[in-house]
Design a protein around this ligand. Sequence first.
Ligand SMILES: [Zn+2]
Length: 123
Amino acid sequence: MTPRRHAVAIARLVVAAIEAEPSRGPQKLRRSQVRWAAEQPDESLATELGVLELVDAARDAHLCALGADDGLAALCVPWQDVVAEAVALLDRPRARTCTRCGARLSRRRRNCGRCGRRCDNQG
Ligand SMILES: [Zn+2]
C-alpha cells in the first residue's frame, strides 16, 4: 500500500465518522472544521478543532485491519494528507437518488426508473 492509499483509506473513515453523526448540525460543523484544518494546516488549530482526534481515531481503526509493515506506513501518513483527502471526498459529487424510493437516478432521465417519480431540479 502506498502512503497515498493509506491517506485515502484513513480519510474515508474520517468521512464515514462525520456522516455517521445522527443530526445535520454537528455534521455540518465537522465538515467545516475539516475544511478549515485543510486550509490552515496548523497542528494546534487542528487539535483545538478536534480534527486531529478525528484523524487519529480513523487511523487507529485503519491500523486494526493492517499487518505490521503496512501499519508502520499508515502511522507515517501526515494528518494534513488525510485531511486533504477527506475534503476531496466530502466534495465529491453525490449520486442522485429518488426522493421517494431511494433508487439511484441516471443523469439523463427525469423520472425514477423504479417508481417513476419525477426527480428533476435536484443535485
Ligand atoms: Zn423512485
